[in-house]
Design a binder for this molecule. Sequence first.
Ligand code: B1M
Length: 217
Amino acid sequence: MGTEMFEAMRNSILDGDEELAKELAESALHENLDLTSVMNDGFLRGIQEMGELYQAGEYFLPELVCAADAMKAALEILTPALKSSSNHAGMSKGQVVLATVAGDVHDIGKKIVAAMLTAGGYDVYDLGVDVPVEKIVEIVAERKPDVLGLSALLTTTMQEQKNTIALLENRGLRNQVKVIVGGAPVSSRWAELIHADGYSDNAIDAVKLVTRLISER
Ligand code: B1M
């Protein structure tokens, strides 16, 4: 039964069917399905395949936007449950601040990273998209998170990851927080170049990375 349901979740994203995605997310909650599998084997597969199909020129912008809306609808339903899941049990493993950098509005991948971190027991504070460097640094100073995660999907906005690290250094905050970077054009080489503490190319590894970095603190 699980497999069919996961397949339906994947398809609901590929078909951009927001209503169905919501219904399936609600059914997953009612049926007490493992939410990490619901994400990884269901909805996440759909949005990843959509990205690939778009890049291959097989799907176009309208389909993409509908898929993004369906994914967001499913995430809205699942996130509160992910937060209160037994994994979380009211005891946060640490705080992660996430942002998509200035000039960049891509947030589907970052929301998935946020959902997986939440499921993994972390307290996630998501600043949203197109967040100016100053704002990110201000929030780091205020909230003192264990980890700051910066997402960038455009080659033109990757530079803002570097600028954020530079401003953290400039304000004397760099040693207080581990900085991780991600997003399609980002690489481990880039992370090294800008002196980030880590890079991951997907949401699952982002959780492992955060766990490792926090354990090293
Ligand atoms: Co845009 N876009 N887009 N786009 N878009 C890309 C990124 C692009 C590669 C498409 C292409 O041309 N082939 C291209 C960038 C080229 C480049 O710079 N190299 C591009 C462009 C050019 C643009 C516009 C400029 C188009 C235009 O207007 N002419 C424009 C820019 C807007 C802006 O930001 N200022 C634009 C707009 C849009 C939409 C608004 C239509 C929409 C975004 C909707 C939204 O996010 N709310 C959109 C989309 C959806 C895409 C593609 C098709 C898919 C991105 C996505 O959601 N993938 C993308 C092509 C592609 O990547 N295949 C493309 C699915 C998602 C699950 O994967 O985001 O990679 P991803 O996240 C992964 C990992 O990267 C990682 O984990 C996630 C889950 O596994 N990850 C992290 C992400 N962040 C992380 C952070 C971490 C760790 C891991 O730690 C902090």
